[in-house]
Design a protein around this ligand. Sequence first.
Ligand code: ADP
Ligand code: MG
Length: 364
Amino acid sequence: MTFQQIFNAAPNVEASAPGRVNLLGEHTDYNDGFVLPTAIPQTTIVQLGFSPNHQHHFYSHELEELVSLTTTDPIPQGFASYSLGCLRVVEQAGYSIPPLNVYVNSSVPIGSGLSSSAALEVALLRGLRSLLSLDLDDIHIAQLAQQAEIEYAGVQCGIMDQMASSLADTQHMLFLDTRSLDRELLPFPAGAEVLVIDSGIPRTLAGSGYNQRRAECEEASKQLGVKALRDITDLMQIETLSELLKKRARHVITENDRVLEAKQEITAVRFGELMNASHASLRDDYQVSIAGIDQLVSILQATPDVFGARITGGGFGGACVALVTQGKAGTIAQTVLETYRKAGYTGRLLVPEIPTTPRGNYAT
Ligand code: ADP
Ligand code: MG
């Protein structure tokens, strides 16, 4: 169904924003640390028009769901919470928003760790900026998107996803200091490209595990007397912690170091070694990997032309990212998926995007 078919009118504006994959710097953003994501080719498109009545209407092409809400209705569950949240945070920033028709169409896989939520928020906020001529820069858009996700969708996320969706592109890595928001678009290591494979394992424990890790990091910071684990740079400083908190802190400290090294112009081989080390740290110290993911990462790491591979996203399932020889991602994916399937799993290639039949017609 198109905007025209749903709302019986043409949209006034259209905006889009990409999903992202994080190359290095996992579980560091809520520790005020460093991250290194890149945008993926898949994007979310939002079309906006003015609602003829006193309600906002939100339609998702992927969910085939239409939600209608008055401007004062309580926060809904699910997809409309992200959308209404974006409108509300813009209002909280001092702008007034008339009742709107909102149409969402996305090629970003939902819930696979490629940040469909941030892509939705950033695309919608960009659409609002253009429809209502709002004076918002790209950083402010990312901050509002994060605020919407925390306050309205109830997800205690860091700022990485929204900054990546708002500022990154597919041709660069975005180095981001999540404390100062200092950032830099950097070239990929020479001769390399990004491969992302979905493990096919749903992130069932993701919510509870994520919150628990956050709480452990906060407890470690408190015991060490610092604002965030970002402020600890020497492993000697964490000796006083319990064995469990020491592991968590060690991951964050070493992961920050890996991002800072990767931000220098290093070779693809060295970058791959850092990704492999990141996976080991996430598996052994942060304990957010699971057997199927470890298997997929091992297969990737043992495949020729793969520089390095690791779990990406919050953990407990989801996708794996690898850095591979430029031009080889497609064939590597085929070999890897075949071996992975023989081990009893069902994975799928996410990046590079496979040209498929045209996705839903969102044109007017
Ligand atoms: P991820 O961001 O890794 O894809 P999340 O759980 O953070 O996973 O966000 C997924 C949620 O974002 C979905 O459950 C849905 O509520 C919302 N969402 C994202 N993209 C869309 C879309 N195209 N249509 C409707 N809802 C979407
Ligand atoms: Mg998300």
